[in-house]
Write a protein that binds this ligand. Structure first.
Ligand SMILES: *Cc1c(COP(=O)(O)O)cnc(C)c1O
Length: 396
């Protein structure tokens, strides 16, 4: 028979309950409560999706689903083990080789998610004697990776190279230094000044890490991203790309020279201690890379949409930000305004991310509009019309 819990154990449960309830109440009180939306594959009414990172419209492409199903039948649904036990298949090798080729790097290594790739790189390369410098607006996974590594991490003001230079100049000369930046900033849509970053990193002998989650597939001549073939492995020795955005699948990779990849295979805990990517996802990603190569018109359509949206958005007086990427946020400022706009847009059939603190700084809440090659000109016109109405209503 089960023994009743001793008094002290029951007491500790009560302490936990109070602690968690207090934090949730605080979150609600601060207006920061987060709700999940439950999507379904066949929404009854057509919802215009301006919230996804599916920039090329590949996530719903039947050719990817077919490739996934075929590989799943051949290999099994799961990979059965981690890469270093027996979960690493020939199809993983093939995708790694293709990703290395696309980005002009000697090698690439697959990770299960972009979050884990960033944790893995920083944890494997850095320890308490390392100095990490990162852009204040970097993705949370880079901030968390720095914490996991135990390195001393400093954040420089967003894209402020003079601030970074000052921090680098103050670090001990003989210390190992790593500078990390998003290539395209996920909540702002602007790009890092990679020329400036490579110059500073050379001057201070720091390694440069660029997370190109939002550039890969979208920017560059062949969709090779904002680093890709444009910067050598020496200039940008650590390149991270994700597969769940423009490529429409899931997972991520790190690309660079063998020394980097071998280090990650030996030491990156988020690589070692997780199940290898399901082979079907790997196969679907290979198909996505084929489409990226064979259908440049998707990228062209997306860039036309971006230019068109910005041109007409500017005419309407929308609070556009400095972005030439598919991420076109409207900086509305306070949370209530963002929620009001977002609710109205939702009722008109538009799905748009309402972004607020702590994801962005206080007072800089925004609607994060994400454009995609799968949008039609009609979709964008309809969005512009509704946004124009909202602006007009506020002014009157
Ligand atoms: C989305 C994103 C990630 C995380 O990638 P996942 O594969 O979704 O875990 C990392 N970095 C940046 C800049 C991102 O936008």
């Amino acid at each position: 028979m089960r023994q009743p819990l001793p008094e002290s154990r029951a007491g500790s449960t009560e302490m936990w309950r109070q602690w968690l309830e207090k934090r949730l109440a605080q979150q609600r009180g601060d207006g920061l409560w987060r709700e999940r939306l439950t999507m379904s594959p066949s929404p009854s009414a057509r919802l215009r999706d301006f919230a996804s990172n599916d920039y090329l419209g590949l996530a719903g492409d039947p050719r990817l689903a077919e490739a996934q199903a075929r590989a799943a039948r051949q290999y099994g649904i799961g990979s059965r083990a981690s890469h270093l036990v027996n979960g690493h298949y020939d199809i993983h090798d093939r995708l790694e080789a293709r990703l290395a080729e696309l980005t002009g790097r000697p090698r690439a290594l697959l990770f299960s998610t972009g979050y884990m790739a960033n944790l893995g790189v920083l944890q494997a390369l850095c320890d308490s004697s390392t100095r990490i410098f990162q852009d204040r607006y970097n993705h949370a996974s880079l901030l968390d990776g720095a914490a996991l590594s135990g390195a001393r991490s400093r954040r420089f003001h967003h894209s402020a190279l003079e601030d970074l230079a000052l921090l680098l100049s103050r670090a001990p000369q003989d210390s190992l230094k790593l500078v990390a930046s998003d290539g395209v900033f996920s909540m702002d849509g602007d790009r890092a000044n990679i020329d400036g970053l490579t110059a500073l990193c050379q001057r201070y002998e720091a390694a440069l890490m660029i997370d190109d989650a939002h550039g890969l597939g979208v920017l560059g001549k062949n969709g090779d991203g904002c680093v890709g073939q444009r910067y050598s492995t020496q200039e940008v020795p650590i390149l991270v790309g994700t597969l769940g955005k423009a490529l429409g699948t899931a997972g991520a990779f790190v690309a660079g020279e063998s020394l980097l990849i071998d280090t990650l295979i030996q030491f990156a805990r988020p690589y070692l201690y997780t199940t290898a990517q399901p082979p079907g996802i790997t196969a679907a990603t290979l198909t996505a890379l084929d489409i990226l190569h064979d259908e440049p018109e998707r990228r062209e359509r997306l860039h036309h949409h971006i230019a068109y949206f910005r041109h007409h958005g500017d005419e309407l007086g929308l609070p556009l930000m400095n972005s030439d990427t598919p991420i076109q946020p409207l900086l509305l400022g306070d949370v209530e305004r963002v929620i009001r706009w977002s609710d109205i847009l939702r009722s008109q059939g538009f799905m748009i991310g309402a972004i607020r603190e702590p994801t962005v700084p206080h007072g800089m809440a925004r609607l994060r509009i994400a454009l995609s090659a799968s949008h039609t000109r009609d979709d964008i016109d309809a969005l512009l019309d509704t946004l124009g109405e909202l602006i007009k209503r506020e002014r009157s």
